[in-house]
Design a protein around this ligand. Structure first.
Ligand SMILES: Nc1ncnc2c1ncn2[C@@H]1O[C@H](COP(=O)(O)OP(=O)(O)O)[C@@H](O)[C@H]1O
Ligand SMILES: [Mg+2]
Length: 429
């Protein structure tokens, strides 16, 4: 009997590095085999800024993972990548066969993807790298919004796809850090999509939903509708800013502020009983003191408000004000008490905190919002491994908005499938 495939992922976050290894069962279910976690000390706002610290963190994280496994399991890993340099935009690509209708085949769909990759390559500068080209829908002669055109007749076929692109240097640094630890990188997954994969239900993706992963140094936003991503971006502001604010306002060391935030923090101080008090331990600057919890939480309220305004600005860019599926908050920062309620009041929609959607067998310790991206990228790897290609497009000036320059420029007959992907292309170097 063929051995069940093993998948491994690593998420080099701003506060932690986490890796998870799982086996794909015969029913398509993932069974976790091991995990490792280490503090992340060489990453700022999602981007590596201290190579040796990151190397050390990767080794510590993988050592722990390997101890679970009892042997070296890592043929290759999918790595979550992050940073404000990641941009998502929508593009279009077409094929035409003149007057003669043609039956659309999977080969045509692959050809559209490789055509889109080629178009992006042409428009790219060396500094840019395309990570994902994800088909949203197709347009055939007289039929809009087709999800699966295979087998249908048409003269013209147009693909609309969501593209995620990033800056080559930080992406390359992640790959180099892993390779320097003797880890083979099988693919890169943009953090916004990894988190979405981890926490969104199929219904939410279909209806229209925004997922906001609030990490230590960044917020990752992805909007889905009609089952596919429609908008994605990264904002360089995260939950560590709340800790910094608290450290300044209380005049306590950062670590103490972090403990205060986690134990007593609340995004909506007015919802707290006015009599609630917090005992602050003594520091070099202050003897121990008691203060009103509402007062302690005031800077958290102000910063959360600013963060939600940034999310609102992103949703405005997506030009999608109607989100029947609501908003899903995830990432460690989503644990902040009162934040989901604040988001719900501010956006006037339902909001939930997203923890990894999984089958039985996931330890409770991993069923937490901060593991959304790691576990989501594991599911992404399963979905996309056989579809991914190393020939994905690279380079290009940031090209936001929609591109329709290359519509219908290849006759069906001449369409060659340069890529092996029919869902997306992934390139990593
Ligand atoms: N219970 C909690 N309440 C508020 N914030 C929390 C809580 N738990 C974790 N956080 C915050 O979540 C952030 C870490 O989130 P995480 O998703 O793990 O980040 P990253 O992936 O960037 O390393 C930190 O800023 C941490 O303070
Ligand atoms: Mg993260």
């Amino acid at each position: 009997m063929a051995r069940e495939p093993i998948y491994a992922v690593i998420d080099i976050g701003t506060s932690k590095i986490v890796s998870v290894v799982a086996r794909l069962g015969p029913e398509g279910e993932l069974k976790p085999l091991g995990m490792g976690m280490a503090p992340s000390l060489g990453v700022q706002q999602g981007v590596i800024d201290d190579f040796s610290e990151v190397q050390e963190g990767i080794r510590e994280c993988l050592d722990e993972c390997l101890r679970y496994m009892g042997r070296n399991p890592l043929g290759g890993v999918y790595a979550v990548v992050n940073g404000e340099h990641l941009t998502g935009f929508n593009t279009a690509e077409g094929l035409s066969n003149g007057e003669e209708p043609v039956t659309v085949t999977d080969q045509h769909l692959r050809s559209l993807i490789s055509g889109a990759a080629g178009t992006l390559r042409e428009s790219d500068s060396k500094s840019q790298q395309t990570l994902h080209i994800i088909p949203m829908r197709y347009r055939l002669d007289g039929i809009e919004g087709v999800r699966n055109p295979t087998g249908l007749h048409t003269n013209e076929l147009q693909l609309e796809a969501h593209v995620v692109r990033g800056t080559s240097i930080p992406l390359g640094n992640t790959v180099r850090a892993l390779q320097s630890c003797k880890v083979q990188v099988d693919g890169l997954v943009a953090h916004p999509l990894a988190s979405a994969e981890g926490v969104l239900t199929a219904d939410e993706r279909e209806m229209g939903v925004a997922v906001v992963d609030i990490g230590a140094g960044t917020m990752k936003l992805a909007v889905y509708r009609g089952g596919t991503p429609y908008y994605s971006s990264v904002v360089a502001m995260g939950s560590n800013q709340l800790t910094r604010d608290l450290a300044v306002s209380l005049r306590v060391p950062y670590q103490m502020a972090e403990e205060m935030k986690i134990e007593h923090g609340h995004a909506l101080p007015d919802d707290l009983p006015p009599t609630d008090e917090v005992l602050l331990p003594d520091t070099q600057m202050h003897p121990k003191r008691v203060m009103r919890r509402r007062e302690l939480c005031e800077p958290l309220y102000l910063r959360c408000l600013q963060m939600l305004k940034l999310v609102h600005a992103e949703l405005c860019k997506a030009e999608l004000t109607d989100l029947p599926g609501g908003i899903v908050l995830t990432g460690g920062g989503a644990r902040m008490r009162g934040l989901a309620e604040m988001t719900s009041r501010g956006f006037r929609t339902q909001v939930r905190v997203g923890t990894p959607l999984w089958y039985a067998g996931l330890p409770e310790s991993l069923r937490q919002p901060e593991f959304a991206a790691a576990l989501g990228s594991l599911q992404w790897a399963v979905k996309h491994r056989h579809l991914s290609s190393r020939g994905g497009s690279t380079s290009g000036e940031g090209e936001k908005g929609r591109s329709r320059r290359s519509l219908f420029r290849r006759p069906f007959a001449k369409a060659g499938a340069r890529e092996t992907a029919n869902q997306e292309t992934v390139s990593q170097e």
